[in-house]
Write a protein that binds this ligand. Structure first.
Ligand SMILES: C[S@@+](CC[C@H](N)C(=O)[O-])C[C@H]1O[C@@H](n2cnc3c(N)ncnc32)[C@H](O)[C@@H]1O
Length: 287
């Protein structure tokens, strides 16, 4: 006899994971709300439901991330579709979105009529660009990625979230992806680049084993992508514009030196909820 109650009492999965997967399945199969996990937990489930549950339970026990199994991940105030071609957006990256919103507010106070232009380098699922587009419909947003499949996922997310008009997507490496005929600079540049050292054992653990390695590691020294992004950023930042980069908690000092070496000012670290410095921002000189 299979009911939601029976499944929850007998699975060896982590309880939270089991609940998230079951909520996804009851919505998909029956269009029931999440509350059905309690209110309809004694109803007999059909064989298609049970078959799919067993498949997802087996894959989760094998280690596949819940976000890939259900194809969705909440991020900031939006929900993103995700698949193994994109990094699963992390809560730490929401910090980058909040820093950008604060910076945009400051810029608006100084220049109320200016159209703010923002660039998200290495957009993946579109997490940063789309969370910002959702939060502020007035920003002009450009997003790049070197992965065709990732950019396709970001574009699908933009369509599904009805934000397609506001974000322009560019395929290619960092700034090279941008249209050369577009000479206008950006007021804010953001990036969560691959920053894990290739020898870091975490790459072979947990969810990371299933995520695209090119989204996680630069395959050099963990700082290579950040160096490339910072080397050319003054060319693309408007005077007094801001850049903010996510990095590993042991990379803050190296990132601030790189920022200073590349002529950026007002370097500032931001800590995640655990108190580790995970984002560093800086400004370009004003004219
Ligand atoms: C850590 S993931 C971040 C994804 C997304 N911004 C997020 O925060 O969830 C890094 C992204 O950078 C992209 N990437 C790697 N090398 C790149 C390059 N040379 N130019 C542009 N994007 C690159 C990867 O494909 C991946 O989508």
């Amino acid at each position: 006899m299979s009911t939601l109650q029976f499944i929850l009492e007998n699975t060896t999965l982590d309880r939270t994971d089991a609940r998230v997967i079951l909520c996804h399945l009851i919505e998909k199969h029956f269009s029931w709300p999440r509350t059905a996990l309690l209110s309809r937990n004694t109803e007999i489930l059909n064989p298609f439901f049970i078959e799919e549950w067993r498949d997802l339970e087996r894959r989760r026990l094998f280690g596949e991330p819940v976000a890939y199994l259900i194809g969705m991940r909440p991020f900031h105030a939006i929900e993103l579709r995700v698949n193994p071609s994109v990094l699963i957006p992390r809560p730490e990256t929401e910090l980058l979105v909040d820093i950008a919103l604060e910076r945009i507010n400051e810029l608006r106070c100084k220049h109320p009529t200016k159209k703010i232009r923002l660039l998200d380098l290495g957009t993946g699922s579109g997490a940063i660009a789309l969370a910002l587009a959702h939060a502020d419909p007035e920003i002009e947003i450009h997003a790049t990625d070197i992965s065709f499949e990732a950019l396709k996922t970001a574009q699908e997310n933009a369509r599904y979230l009805n934000l397609y008009e506001q974000v322009e997507f560019h395929l290619g490496s960092w700034y090279e992806a941008l249209d050369l005929s577009d000479t206008k600079q950006f007021d804010v540049i953001l990036s969560n680049p691959p920053y894990i050292h290739p020898a870091d054992p975490h790459l072979n653990q947990g969810d990371l084993r299933f995520e695209p390695v090119a989204a996680l590691s630069d395959q050099v020294n963990g700082l290579n992508c950040i160096e490339v992004i910072l080397k050319d950023c003054l060319q693309y930042l408007s005077p007094g514009g801001s850049i903010a980069i996510e990095h590993g908690f042991e990379q803050a000092a190296s990132v601030s030196s790189l920022m200073a070496q590349n002529g950026l000012l007002a370097v500032h670290h931001f800590a995640d909820l655990a108190g580790h410095p995970r984002v560093t921002s800086a400004c370009s000189p004003t004219l």
